[in-house]
Design a binder for this molecule. Structure first.
Ligand SMILES: *Cc1c(COP(=O)(O)O)cnc(C)c1O
Length: 456
Protein backbone atom coordinates (compact mmCIF):
# COMPACT_ATOMS: atom_id res chain seq x y z
CA UNK A 1 0.00 0.00 0.00
CA UNK A 2 1.53 3.32 -1.04
CA UNK A 3 0.38 6.90 -0.61
CA UNK A 4 -2.45 8.41 -2.55
CA UNK A 5 -0.72 11.78 -2.74
CA UNK A 6 2.47 12.13 -4.75
CA UNK A 7 4.94 14.99 -4.51
CA UNK A 8 6.46 16.73 -7.54
CA UNK A 9 9.51 18.96 -7.76
CA UNK A 10 9.00 22.65 -8.54
CA UNK A 11 11.78 22.31 -11.17
CA UNK A 12 9.82 19.47 -12.87
CA UNK A 13 13.02 17.50 -13.71
CA UNK A 14 12.78 14.79 -11.03
CA UNK A 15 10.26 11.95 -10.71
CA UNK A 16 7.36 12.31 -8.28
CA UNK A 17 7.76 10.57 -4.92
CA UNK A 18 5.69 9.58 -1.92
CA UNK A 19 5.78 11.53 1.31
CA UNK A 20 8.32 9.34 3.10
CA UNK A 21 10.85 9.76 0.31
CA UNK A 22 10.28 13.51 0.01
CA UNK A 23 10.75 13.79 3.78
CA UNK A 24 14.04 11.89 3.91
CA UNK A 25 15.45 13.53 0.78
CA UNK A 26 14.61 17.12 1.72
CA UNK A 27 15.41 18.69 -1.63
CA UNK A 28 14.52 17.01 -4.93
CA UNK A 29 17.49 15.76 -7.03
CA UNK A 30 16.88 18.56 -9.57
CA UNK A 31 17.26 21.08 -6.70
CA UNK A 32 13.55 21.88 -6.77
CA UNK A 33 11.19 21.74 -3.81
CA UNK A 34 8.57 19.05 -3.28
CA UNK A 35 4.92 20.01 -3.52
CA UNK A 36 1.80 17.83 -3.28
CA UNK A 37 0.31 16.95 -6.68
CA UNK A 38 -3.21 17.02 -5.30
CA UNK A 39 -4.27 19.18 -2.44
CA UNK A 40 -6.82 17.40 -0.25
CA UNK A 41 -9.95 19.30 0.67
CA UNK A 42 -11.52 19.67 4.11
CA UNK A 43 -15.30 19.78 3.86
CA UNK A 44 -17.42 22.37 5.62
CA UNK A 45 -18.86 19.64 7.87
CA UNK A 46 -15.42 18.47 8.89
CA UNK A 47 -14.41 22.06 9.57
CA UNK A 48 -17.42 22.35 11.87
CA UNK A 49 -16.48 19.18 13.75
CA UNK A 50 -12.99 20.53 14.27
CA UNK A 51 -14.42 23.22 16.53
CA UNK A 52 -14.68 20.74 19.37
CA UNK A 53 -11.37 19.02 18.72
CA UNK A 54 -8.06 19.54 20.45
CA UNK A 55 -5.00 20.76 18.59
CA UNK A 56 -3.42 17.33 18.17
CA UNK A 57 -6.67 15.90 16.81
CA UNK A 58 -6.84 18.59 14.13
CA UNK A 59 -3.18 17.90 13.37
CA UNK A 60 -3.98 14.21 12.95
CA UNK A 61 -6.67 15.01 10.36
CA UNK A 62 -4.71 17.58 8.35
CA UNK A 63 -1.36 15.77 8.34
CA UNK A 64 -3.14 12.45 7.85
CA UNK A 65 -4.64 13.70 4.57
CA UNK A 66 -1.15 14.07 3.09
CA UNK A 67 0.18 10.83 4.57
CA UNK A 68 -2.65 8.49 3.59
CA UNK A 69 -1.19 5.10 2.78
CA UNK A 70 2.28 5.84 4.10
CA UNK A 71 1.58 5.68 7.84
CA UNK A 72 -0.84 3.74 10.02
CA UNK A 73 -3.56 5.82 11.67
CA UNK A 74 -2.60 4.69 15.16
CA UNK A 75 1.05 5.50 14.63
CA UNK A 76 0.21 8.99 13.43
CA UNK A 77 -2.14 9.50 16.36
CA UNK A 78 0.65 8.65 18.79
CA UNK A 79 3.13 10.97 17.05
CA UNK A 80 0.87 14.05 16.96
CA UNK A 81 -0.20 13.54 20.56
CA UNK A 82 3.40 13.40 21.65
CA UNK A 83 4.47 16.38 19.49
CA UNK A 84 1.66 18.78 20.40
CA UNK A 85 1.52 18.68 24.16
CA UNK A 86 1.46 22.45 24.70
CA UNK A 87 -1.02 25.33 24.47
CA UNK A 88 -1.74 27.51 21.43
CA UNK A 89 -3.19 30.69 22.95
CA UNK A 90 -5.40 33.03 20.92
CA UNK A 91 -5.24 36.40 22.62
CA UNK A 92 -8.04 38.84 21.91
CA UNK A 93 -6.64 42.31 21.24
CA UNK A 94 -9.69 44.36 20.28
CA UNK A 95 -13.03 43.71 18.56
CA UNK A 96 -12.48 40.48 16.61
CA UNK A 97 -8.75 40.96 16.19
CA UNK A 98 -6.53 38.31 17.72
CA UNK A 99 -2.90 37.37 18.13
CA UNK A 100 -2.11 33.67 17.90
CA UNK A 101 0.86 32.88 20.13
CA UNK A 102 2.94 30.11 18.60
CA UNK A 103 5.54 30.35 21.35
CA UNK A 104 4.57 27.76 23.95
CA UNK A 105 6.69 24.90 22.62
CA UNK A 106 9.97 23.78 24.21
CA UNK A 107 12.13 26.40 22.44
CA UNK A 108 9.53 29.18 22.52
CA UNK A 109 9.39 29.82 18.76
CA UNK A 110 6.89 28.69 16.13
CA UNK A 111 9.61 26.47 14.64
CA UNK A 112 8.73 23.89 17.31
CA UNK A 113 5.47 23.13 15.47
CA UNK A 114 7.30 21.98 12.35
CA UNK A 115 10.46 20.62 13.95
CA UNK A 116 8.74 18.34 16.45
CA UNK A 117 6.55 16.72 13.81
CA UNK A 118 9.29 16.40 11.21
CA UNK A 119 11.65 14.81 13.75
CA UNK A 120 9.09 12.26 14.84
CA UNK A 121 8.15 11.36 11.27
CA UNK A 122 11.78 10.98 10.21
CA UNK A 123 12.55 8.82 13.20
CA UNK A 124 9.48 6.68 12.45
CA UNK A 125 10.54 5.95 8.86
CA UNK A 126 14.20 5.42 9.74
CA UNK A 127 13.38 2.96 12.51
CA UNK A 128 11.04 1.08 10.21
CA UNK A 129 13.72 0.73 7.54
CA UNK A 130 16.56 0.26 10.00
CA UNK A 131 18.41 3.29 8.61
CA UNK A 132 20.40 6.08 10.20
CA UNK A 133 20.67 9.74 9.31
CA UNK A 134 22.94 12.62 10.21
CA UNK A 135 21.18 15.97 10.22
CA UNK A 136 23.47 18.91 9.46
CA UNK A 137 22.15 22.38 9.99
CA UNK A 138 23.45 25.93 10.27
CA UNK A 139 21.56 28.35 12.47
CA UNK A 140 21.31 32.05 13.20
CA UNK A 141 19.43 31.18 16.39
CA UNK A 142 15.94 29.73 16.34
CA UNK A 143 16.24 26.87 13.84
CA UNK A 144 19.18 25.24 15.62
CA UNK A 145 17.49 25.11 18.99
CA UNK A 146 14.14 23.96 17.59
CA UNK A 147 15.78 21.18 15.58
CA UNK A 148 18.13 20.12 18.38
CA UNK A 149 15.20 19.89 20.80
CA UNK A 150 12.90 18.20 18.31
CA UNK A 151 15.43 15.45 17.49
CA UNK A 152 16.84 15.02 20.98
CA UNK A 153 17.09 11.41 22.11
CA UNK A 154 16.19 9.73 18.81
CA UNK A 155 18.27 6.56 18.31
CA UNK A 156 18.47 6.60 14.51
CA UNK A 157 19.33 10.28 14.08
CA UNK A 158 22.41 12.30 14.98
CA UNK A 159 22.33 16.08 14.75
CA UNK A 160 25.17 18.54 14.16
CA UNK A 161 24.38 22.25 14.45
CA UNK A 162 26.81 24.99 13.41
CA UNK A 163 26.30 28.44 14.86
CA UNK A 164 28.16 31.78 14.59
CA UNK A 165 29.54 32.34 18.10
CA UNK A 166 29.12 36.09 18.05
CA UNK A 167 25.71 36.25 16.43
CA UNK A 168 23.45 34.25 18.76
CA UNK A 169 22.28 35.38 22.18
CA UNK A 170 23.44 33.44 25.27
CA UNK A 171 19.87 32.26 25.77
CA UNK A 172 19.64 30.96 22.22
CA UNK A 173 23.00 29.21 22.61
CA UNK A 174 22.00 27.54 25.85
CA UNK A 175 18.86 26.16 24.25
CA UNK A 176 21.18 24.07 22.05
CA UNK A 177 24.26 23.40 24.15
CA UNK A 178 22.57 21.96 27.24
CA UNK A 179 21.25 18.84 25.51
CA UNK A 180 24.14 16.51 24.39
CA UNK A 181 23.42 12.76 23.72
CA UNK A 182 22.74 12.59 19.96
CA UNK A 183 23.06 16.38 19.56
CA UNK A 184 26.43 17.99 18.80
CA UNK A 185 26.81 21.75 18.65
CA UNK A 186 29.73 23.55 17.01
CA UNK A 187 30.51 27.23 17.51
CA UNK A 188 32.38 28.96 14.70
CA UNK A 189 34.22 32.24 14.91
CA UNK A 190 32.47 33.32 11.71
CA UNK A 191 29.23 34.63 10.30
CA UNK A 192 26.00 32.73 9.73
CA UNK A 193 26.65 32.67 5.98
CA UNK A 194 30.01 30.93 6.61
CA UNK A 195 28.28 28.24 8.69
CA UNK A 196 25.78 27.78 5.89
CA UNK A 197 28.58 27.49 3.32
CA UNK A 198 30.35 24.72 5.29
CA UNK A 199 27.11 22.77 5.56
CA UNK A 200 26.47 23.12 1.82
CA UNK A 201 29.98 21.95 0.96
CA UNK A 202 29.56 18.89 3.18
CA UNK A 203 26.34 17.97 1.38
CA UNK A 204 28.11 17.91 -1.97
CA UNK A 205 31.22 16.04 -0.75
CA UNK A 206 31.17 12.40 -1.99
CA UNK A 207 33.63 11.38 0.75
CA UNK A 208 30.87 12.06 3.28
CA UNK A 209 28.18 10.08 1.45
CA UNK A 210 28.56 7.26 3.97
CA UNK A 211 27.17 9.57 6.67
CA UNK A 212 23.74 9.75 5.04
CA UNK A 213 23.49 13.51 5.45
CA UNK A 214 20.16 15.26 5.49
CA UNK A 215 19.03 18.78 6.19
CA UNK A 216 16.27 20.04 8.43
CA UNK A 217 15.76 23.45 6.93
CA UNK A 218 12.47 24.89 5.86
CA UNK A 219 12.57 23.53 2.33
CA UNK A 220 11.63 20.09 3.69
CA UNK A 221 7.98 19.31 2.94
CA UNK A 222 7.90 17.53 6.31
CA UNK A 223 8.35 20.91 7.94
CA UNK A 224 5.75 22.62 5.83
CA UNK A 225 2.74 20.33 6.24
CA UNK A 226 2.59 20.67 10.06
CA UNK A 227 2.44 24.45 9.58
CA UNK A 228 -0.95 24.15 7.89
CA UNK A 229 -2.54 22.97 11.12
CA UNK A 230 -2.52 26.11 13.25
CA UNK A 231 -4.42 28.08 10.61
CA UNK A 232 -7.27 25.57 10.88
CA UNK A 233 -6.97 25.61 14.64
CA UNK A 234 -7.25 29.42 14.87
CA UNK A 235 -10.17 29.55 12.47
CA UNK A 236 -12.21 26.86 14.16
CA UNK A 237 -11.66 28.38 17.62
CA UNK A 238 -12.82 31.84 16.54
CA UNK A 239 -15.29 31.53 13.69
CA UNK A 240 -19.01 31.69 14.19
CA UNK A 241 -20.70 28.71 12.59
CA UNK A 242 -22.89 28.08 10.66
CA UNK A 243 -21.86 31.14 8.67
CA UNK A 244 -18.73 30.58 6.71
CA UNK A 245 -17.10 33.91 7.50
CA UNK A 246 -13.74 34.72 6.00
CA UNK A 247 -10.67 35.47 8.08
CA UNK A 248 -7.69 37.75 7.46
CA UNK A 249 -4.34 36.30 8.55
CA UNK A 250 -1.19 38.36 8.98
CA UNK A 251 2.08 36.41 8.81
CA UNK A 252 5.54 37.82 9.65
CA UNK A 253 7.74 36.22 6.99
CA UNK A 254 11.35 35.37 6.21
CA UNK A 255 11.79 32.15 4.25
CA UNK A 256 8.02 31.91 3.74
CA UNK A 257 7.58 28.46 5.28
CA UNK A 258 5.02 29.76 7.76
CA UNK A 259 3.14 31.64 5.05
CA UNK A 260 3.13 28.58 2.73
CA UNK A 261 1.37 26.65 5.49
CA UNK A 262 -1.38 29.26 5.37
CA UNK A 263 -1.58 29.23 1.58
CA UNK A 264 -1.99 25.45 1.60
CA UNK A 265 -4.68 25.76 4.30
CA UNK A 266 -6.60 28.09 1.98
CA UNK A 267 -6.22 25.65 -0.90
CA UNK A 268 -7.62 22.93 1.36
CA UNK A 269 -10.78 24.98 1.79
CA UNK A 270 -10.16 27.22 4.79
CA UNK A 271 -12.21 30.42 4.27
CA UNK A 272 -9.47 33.06 4.06
CA UNK A 273 -10.27 36.53 2.77
CA UNK A 274 -6.72 37.82 2.63
CA UNK A 275 -3.18 37.01 3.67
CA UNK A 276 -1.10 39.93 4.85
CA UNK A 277 2.52 38.98 4.26
CA UNK A 278 4.74 41.22 6.34
CA UNK A 279 8.50 41.31 5.87
CA UNK A 280 11.12 43.45 7.57
CA UNK A 281 13.38 45.73 5.52
CA UNK A 282 14.26 42.78 3.31
CA UNK A 283 11.49 43.83 0.96
CA UNK A 284 12.23 41.74 -2.15
CA UNK A 285 8.80 40.11 -1.95
CA UNK A 286 6.62 43.21 -1.50
CA UNK A 287 8.63 44.82 -4.33
CA UNK A 288 7.98 41.78 -6.53
CA UNK A 289 4.23 41.92 -5.90
CA UNK A 290 4.20 45.62 -6.67
CA UNK A 291 6.39 45.67 -9.78
CA UNK A 292 6.30 42.10 -11.10
CA UNK A 293 10.11 42.11 -11.08
CA UNK A 294 12.00 39.88 -8.69
CA UNK A 295 15.37 41.00 -7.33
CA UNK A 296 17.10 39.17 -4.49
CA UNK A 297 18.70 41.26 -1.77
CA UNK A 298 22.37 40.29 -1.39
CA UNK A 299 23.61 40.35 1.28
CA UNK A 300 20.42 40.42 3.30
CA UNK A 301 19.75 43.46 5.51
CA UNK A 302 20.27 43.17 9.26
CA UNK A 303 17.04 43.94 11.11
CA UNK A 304 15.97 43.41 14.74
CA UNK A 305 13.52 40.71 13.60
CA UNK A 306 16.68 38.69 12.92
CA UNK A 307 15.02 35.37 12.03
CA UNK A 308 13.47 37.14 9.02
CA UNK A 309 16.68 38.58 7.58
CA UNK A 310 16.26 36.78 4.29
CA UNK A 311 17.15 38.27 0.91
CA UNK A 312 15.82 35.36 -1.16
CA UNK A 313 13.10 33.28 0.56
CA UNK A 314 13.77 29.59 0.00
CA UNK A 315 10.06 28.76 -0.24
CA UNK A 316 9.31 31.32 -2.93
CA UNK A 317 9.46 28.68 -5.68
CA UNK A 318 6.55 26.96 -3.95
CA UNK A 319 4.53 30.15 -3.81
CA UNK A 320 5.14 30.81 -7.51
CA UNK A 321 4.10 27.27 -8.44
CA UNK A 322 0.81 27.63 -6.53
CA UNK A 323 -0.07 30.54 -8.82
CA UNK A 324 0.86 28.73 -12.01
CA UNK A 325 4.39 30.07 -12.49
CA UNK A 326 7.86 28.58 -12.32
CA UNK A 327 10.92 29.78 -10.41
CA UNK A 328 14.19 27.88 -10.03
CA UNK A 329 16.32 27.61 -6.88
CA UNK A 330 18.35 30.67 -7.84
CA UNK A 331 15.24 32.85 -8.13
CA UNK A 332 15.03 32.95 -11.95
CA UNK A 333 11.44 33.02 -13.15
CA UNK A 334 10.84 31.05 -16.36
CA UNK A 335 7.07 31.41 -16.20
CA UNK A 336 5.31 34.29 -14.50
CA UNK A 337 2.66 33.41 -11.91
CA UNK A 338 -0.82 34.93 -12.15
CA UNK A 339 -0.01 38.34 -10.65
CA UNK A 340 -3.58 39.55 -10.72
CA UNK A 341 -4.78 36.62 -8.66
CA UNK A 342 -1.86 37.08 -6.27
CA UNK A 343 -2.69 40.76 -5.77
CA UNK A 344 -6.30 39.81 -5.11
CA UNK A 345 -5.45 37.29 -2.41
CA UNK A 346 -2.40 38.84 -0.86
CA UNK A 347 -1.29 42.11 0.64
CA UNK A 348 2.50 42.31 0.95
CA UNK A 349 4.14 44.96 3.08
CA UNK A 350 7.63 45.78 4.33
CA UNK A 351 8.03 47.08 7.89
CA UNK A 352 11.10 49.05 8.97
CA UNK A 353 12.94 48.56 12.26
CA UNK A 354 11.72 51.97 13.44
CA UNK A 355 8.11 50.96 12.75
CA UNK A 356 8.69 47.61 14.45
CA UNK A 357 9.89 49.30 17.64
CA UNK A 358 7.10 51.83 17.52
CA UNK A 359 4.58 48.98 17.18
CA UNK A 360 5.99 47.14 20.21
CA UNK A 361 5.43 50.37 22.15
CA UNK A 362 1.97 51.26 20.83
CA UNK A 363 0.61 47.69 21.08
CA UNK A 364 1.61 47.66 24.74
CA UNK A 365 0.29 51.13 25.50
CA UNK A 366 -2.99 50.75 23.59
CA UNK A 367 -3.90 47.14 24.26
CA UNK A 368 -1.47 45.69 26.83
CA UNK A 369 -0.41 43.46 23.97
CA UNK A 370 3.18 42.26 24.45
CA UNK A 371 4.93 41.60 21.13
CA UNK A 372 8.53 40.78 20.23
CA UNK A 373 10.08 42.11 16.99
CA UNK A 374 8.83 39.34 14.63
CA UNK A 375 5.25 39.39 15.87
CA UNK A 376 5.35 43.20 15.81
CA UNK A 377 6.13 43.11 12.08
CA UNK A 378 3.02 40.94 11.60
CA UNK A 379 0.78 43.16 13.71
CA UNK A 380 2.03 46.30 12.00
CA UNK A 381 1.37 44.68 8.61
CA UNK A 382 -2.25 44.09 9.62
CA UNK A 383 -2.62 47.70 10.80
CA UNK A 384 -1.25 49.04 7.51
CA UNK A 385 -3.56 46.77 5.51
CA UNK A 386 -6.67 47.85 7.41
CA UNK A 387 -5.75 51.50 7.14
CA UNK A 388 -5.27 51.27 3.38
CA UNK A 389 -8.40 49.12 2.89
CA UNK A 390 -11.11 50.67 5.06
CA UNK A 391 -13.77 48.34 3.59
CA UNK A 392 -12.22 45.54 5.69
CA UNK A 393 -11.74 47.69 8.75
CA UNK A 394 -14.86 46.98 10.77
CA UNK A 395 -15.39 45.46 14.22
CA UNK A 396 -17.02 42.30 12.79
CA UNK A 397 -14.08 41.34 10.61
CA UNK A 398 -12.14 38.39 12.05
CA UNK A 399 -8.36 38.99 11.91
CA UNK A 400 -5.54 36.83 13.28
CA UNK A 401 -1.95 38.01 13.44
CA UNK A 402 0.76 35.42 14.17
CA UNK A 403 3.29 35.89 16.98
CA UNK A 404 6.19 33.59 16.14
CA UNK A 405 8.42 33.80 19.22
CA UNK A 406 8.12 34.48 22.94
CA UNK A 407 9.03 38.04 24.00
CA UNK A 408 11.40 36.58 26.61
CA UNK A 409 13.64 35.42 23.76
CA UNK A 410 14.37 39.09 23.05
CA UNK A 411 14.69 40.66 26.52
CA UNK A 412 17.18 43.35 25.38
CA UNK A 413 14.73 44.89 22.92
CA UNK A 414 11.72 44.68 25.22
CA UNK A 415 13.72 46.30 28.00
CA UNK A 416 14.91 49.09 25.73
CA UNK A 417 11.44 49.91 24.42
CA UNK A 418 9.14 49.10 27.34
CA UNK A 419 11.49 49.34 30.33
CA UNK A 420 10.73 45.96 31.84
CA UNK A 421 11.88 42.37 31.53
CA UNK A 422 9.39 39.97 29.97
CA UNK A 423 8.52 37.02 32.16
CA UNK A 424 10.15 33.72 31.19
CA UNK A 425 7.85 31.01 29.86
CA UNK A 426 8.10 27.68 31.74
CA UNK A 427 10.08 26.17 28.83
CA UNK A 428 12.97 28.58 29.47
CA UNK A 429 13.06 28.18 33.27
CA UNK A 430 16.24 26.72 34.69
CA UNK A 431 18.16 27.11 31.45
CA UNK A 432 20.73 29.41 33.06
CA UNK A 433 21.86 26.74 35.52
CA UNK A 434 22.24 23.82 33.13
CA UNK A 435 25.80 22.84 32.12
CA UNK A 436 26.75 23.68 28.54
CA UNK A 437 28.68 21.45 26.19
CA UNK A 438 29.82 22.40 22.71
CA UNK A 439 32.85 22.26 20.45
CA UNK A 440 34.53 25.11 18.63
CA UNK A 441 36.13 24.95 15.21
CA UNK A 442 37.88 27.30 12.88
CA UNK A 443 36.05 28.47 9.80
CA UNK A 444 37.76 25.86 7.63
CA UNK A 445 36.12 23.11 5.59
CA UNK A 446 38.90 20.52 6.10
CA UNK A 447 38.67 20.95 9.86
CA UNK A 448 34.89 20.53 9.76
CA UNK A 449 35.14 17.48 7.51
CA UNK A 450 37.74 15.83 9.75
CA UNK A 451 35.51 16.51 12.74
CA UNK A 452 32.59 14.71 11.07
CA UNK A 453 34.75 11.75 10.01
CA UNK A 454 36.23 11.46 13.45
CA UNK A 455 32.93 11.64 15.37
CA UNK A 456 30.76 9.50 13.12
C1 LIG B 1 11.93 31.51 11.40
C2 LIG B 1 11.18 32.60 12.02
C3 LIG B 1 10.33 33.44 11.27
C4 LIG B 1 10.20 33.35 9.78
O1 LIG B 1 9.49 32.21 9.38
P1 LIG B 1 9.54 31.76 7.85
O2 LIG B 1 8.81 30.47 7.80
O3 LIG B 1 11.00 31.61 7.51
O4 LIG B 1 8.90 32.83 7.05
C5 LIG B 1 9.60 34.41 11.95
N1 LIG B 1 9.72 34.57 13.27
C6 LIG B 1 10.52 33.79 14.04
C7 LIG B 1 10.61 34.04 15.48
C8 LIG B 1 11.28 32.77 13.43
O5 LIG B 1 12.08 32.02 14.20
Amino acid sequence: MKGTIQFYSTNHQSPTVHFDEALLKGQAPDKGLYMPENIPVISHDLLKWMKSMEYFEIAEIIIGKFLQGVIHENELKALVKDAYNYEVPLERVTDRKYVMRLDQGPTASFKDFAGRMMGRLMNYYLKKNNRKLLILTATSGDTGSAIANAFYGFKNINVVVLFPQNEVTPRQRKQMTTLSENIRIIGLDAKFDDCQALVKQAFSDPELDYLNLSSANSINIGRLIPQIVYYFYAYTRLCEFPSCEEVIFSVPSGNFGDMMGGMLAKQMGLPVKKFVIATNENDEFPAFIKTGKYNKIEPSRNCISSAMNVGHPSNLARFVTLYGGMMDEKGNISKMPDMEKIRNEIFAVSVTDAETKQTIKSAWENYQLLLEPHGAVGWRGLEVFLKQNPEFDNPQQLCVSLETAHPAKFPEQIREILNFDPELPPSLHGLEDKPEKYDTLENDYEAFKNYLKWKF
